[in-house]
Design a binder for this molecule. Structure first.
Ligand code: FAD
Length: 319
């Protein structure tokens, strides 16, 4: 089986979720190729080649500096037609999801997004993904159409650490780099909210914080742990925090090692976005709050009394 992996790069580095996809691909066996598209792709390609990316196809062009759906889709389509993979894999990150929808649509091929498991049944790929808010686990078998497109949920597979590969410099037609859209500037929205999907530790604030003036209390707790800062929908709908921080059904799906929910009740729409976290800690003054049903550890108390000493302790111990 020929597998082509899309490597996500950002800020001149490879996003960790890419190495998880490589590890997932290794478990299937077959020939692995990885495509890296960047302003200067060769150094990134060399790193990928040394970490299991197999034959790494490096495409460099100034137009590839920032993710652009149109340009990235054209370049990937070109590589797909050149290498005819059976399976195309990418991380289910913001960029990965945007790209794979277009690729599968253009090729009229099947796409399964956000998978949490992959195996082979004979020579057919079988993927697993949670559905209906995690209450159903689907097993989906490829129908034989080539290629089969799959995005892999971050933080499920370990990262590939090693493997000998080679770098192949690819050139594509100049027309691929034309686009009606041009990125002029990138502004980082707010510190701590960027990498929710990839974060190992997340601290989220709910309506229990009472108002935007208290968001800093929870942010400080997040900072003391080097954690990403998330929120419930109630909080972002109220305008206390940004939509990019929302965790849940209509926000981001996260899978950190540690998730601390502060003043969050645990509505099902919030739980579906974070219930696969390895360890869940809830701080809530209501002992019957549903969040305690899934929490590994719970602190029943007023967050305004509980959070400051916790933050102090973490700062003492960890900084
Ligand atoms: C279609 C749809 C999609 C949705 N998608 C999402 C989504 O993606 N993400 C999401 O989060 N929600 C989503 N929701 C909304 C969801 O149903 C809940 O309304 C929301 O999650 C509630 O947020 P909350 O827990 O912060 O607020 P609340 O439910 O109001 O809970 C606040 C909690 O804070 C506790 N509290 C209050 N004061 C204190 C204190 N001083 N100390 C300690 N604890 C305190 C209370 O006991 C309570 O449990 C969606 C709803 C719908 C209908």
């Amino acid at each position: 089986m020929k597998i082509l992996i899309f490597a996500t790069q950002k800020d001149s580095g490879i996003v960790a979720a890419t190495y998880e996809v490589i590890e997932a691909a290794k478990s299937l066996g077959g020939d692995i190729c990885t495509a890296v598209l960047a302003e200067n792709a060769e150094p990134l390609a060399a790193e990928l080649a040394s970490r299991g990316g197999g034959k790494v196809l490096a495409v460099s062009n100034p137009a590839l500096k920032y993710f652009n759906d149109e340009i990235y889709t054209r370049v990937m389509m070109e590589l797909i037609s050149r290498y005819s993979p059976d399976l195309v894999l990418g991380p289910a990150t913001f960029y990965g999801k945007a790209l794979f929808g277009r690729l599968a649509g253009l090729g009229s091929e099947a796409l399964v997004s956000d998978v949490t498991g992959m195996t082979l049944d004979g020579d057919r790929v079988v993927v697993t993904r949670p559905s209906y808010g995690g209450s159903v686990i689907e097993q989906i078998v490829e129908d034989g159409g080539k290629p089969f497109f799959v995005t892999v949920r971050p933080k499920i597979f370990p990262e590939s650490k090693d493997g000998a590969g080679e770098v192949v410099t690819e050139t594509v037609d100049a027309s691929c780099f034309k686009s009606g859209a041009k990125v002029i500037e990138v502004k980082v929205e707010s510190a701590g909210s960027q990498n929710l999907a990839e974060a190992d530790v997340i601290v989220s604030a709910g309506r229990g914080i009472k108002g935007p003036e208290n968001a800093g209390l929870v942010k400080e707790l997040a900072d003391s742990l080097g954690a990403a800062f998330g929120a419930s929908r109630a909080v972002v709908d109220a305008g206390w925090l940004s939509y990019s921080q929302q965790v849940g059904q209509t926000g981001k799906t996260v899978n950190p090692k540690l998730y601390i929910a502060v003043g969050i009740s645990g509505a099902i729409q919030h739980l579906v976005g974070m219930q696969t976290s390895k360890t869940i800690v809830a701080i809530n003054r209501d002992k019957d709050a549903p969040i305690f049903n899934i929490a590994n550890y719970g602190i029943i108390g007023d967050l305004f009394e509980v959070v400051p000493p916790l933050t102090r302790k973490f700062k003492e111990e960890l900084q």
